[in-house]
Design a protein around this ligand. Structure first.
Ligand SMILES: Nc1ncnc2c1ncn2[C@@H]1O[C@H](COP(=O)(O)OP(=O)(O)OP(=O)(O)O)[C@@H](O)[C@H]1O
Length: 323
């Protein structure tokens, strides 16, 4: 079975249960975001997938191979980008990449050609002949990504790849990751910057307290009410129309516009049509948080008191509150 499969995986460090129960799969051509609060177990999970830490229980398959019993096969197939790069400070970027390629068994010529390709791919040409110790954090991230790709791996495990990257480099990273997945690779990428994952990932694995969320919990979290941000050329008219439509108690209005909880896209469409029909010059109407962030916040709310439910715009707009 290609891609990544994880079933019932657990790992403790003494008393600390870093990963208690992880189960998920990622198929080839998919980019999956690995999402969870600090200390949730993401790095521990990635280390187990990368053969660098043995699970206490459960099973893992990477491109059909078991990292515990077949580490060599797994290492030949994964590109691993850790959250901090240990580099050889005295080697140049070019030599660092060529040395990595040599370690994968390439000839001197092939390693040097591969290093040149990777320097272009991760946009490090101006620094190719500088020692890696002079690289900035973002440049080191790019070198780390290049190194992860040296042997053309079919599965990529990227731990916080965008940290330290400037906005231009983040866009380049996103495009590169999408392109690599488009070539048939499987990508698992952890990040705290959900807006960024939103544009990169097809799917997400949510982990909290060492436990991955089940698909039905994720689907249910995705269906809960979310906040929408509305703006109008005349904020006062927007405010009056929301009050008249019965949203006065739930809408939060500030100088940027209004934040309104809505249960579904259908409700959003209905409210927008209503506002336009009563003459509010709406200039912007969009979810205030992306899909991943919405699910993340909702899953993390588990245990907290339930969020105030969104009003039903049909009842408010079509009922007695209709202006
Ligand atoms: N080597 C270790 N020894 C003891 N405890 C550890 C070790 N590695 C991780 N832990 C603990 O396991 C838990 C999970 O850590 P992990 O680094 O996997 O979380 P994470 O989701 O990657 O966090 P972050 O988002 O902050 O990077 C934490 O409570 C951490 O303190």
């Amino acid at each position: 079975m290609a891609g990544i499969t994880v079933e019932g995986v657990a790992r403790s460090f003494g008393e600390v249960e870093a990963v208690r129960h992880a189960s998920f799969s990622v198929a080839p051509r998919q980019v999956a975001g690995l999402i969870g609060p600090n200390g949730a177990g993401k790095t521990t999970l990635l280390l187990m997938l990368a053969t660098l830490l043995a699970p206490d229980a459960g099973s893992i398959r990477i491109a059909g191979h078991d990292p515990v019993t077949e580490p060599r096969q797994v290492r030949a197939r994964i590109g691993w980008m850790p959250d901090t790069l240990g580099s050889w400070p005295a080697l140049t970027v070019r030599d660092a990449l060529a040395t990595s390629a040599r370690m994968y068994g390439m000839s001197r010529e092939a390693a040097s050609a591969r290093a040149a390709q990777l320097i272009d791919l991760v946009d490090l040409a101006p620094l190719a002949d500088r020692p890696t110790r002079v690289l900035s954090r973002g440049q080191k991230q790019r070198l780390s990504l290049g190194r992860a790709l040296v042997h053309d791996p079919e599965v990529l495990l990227l731990d916080e790849p965008a940290s330290g990257l400037d906005p231009g480099a983040r866009v380049a990273l996103r495009d590169l990751v999408r392109r690599l997945a488009g070539q048939g690779r499987t990508v698992l990428v952890s990040s705290h910057v959900l807006a960024e994952l939103e544009e990169m990932a097809d799917t997400a694995v949510y982990v909290a307290d060492g436990v991955t969320a089940a698909a039905d919990a994720v689907a249910a979290a995705g269906r809960t009410a979310r906040q929408w941000r509305l703006r109008a050329l005349h904020p006062e008219r927007l405010r009056e129309a929301l009050i008249a439509a019965g949203f006065g108690t739930v809408a939060h209005v500030d100088h940027l516009g209004a934040i309104v909880p809505l249960a579904s896209e259908a409700d959003a469409a209905q409210l927008l049509a209503h506002l336009v029909s009563v003459g509010v010059p709406v200039s912007s109407f969009a979810p205030a948080v992306g899909d991943l962030e919405h699910v993340f916040l909702d899953l993390n709310r588990a245990g907290a008191p339930p969020a105030a439910s969104a009003p039903d715009p049909a009842a408010r707009i079509d009922g007695e509150a209709r202006p």
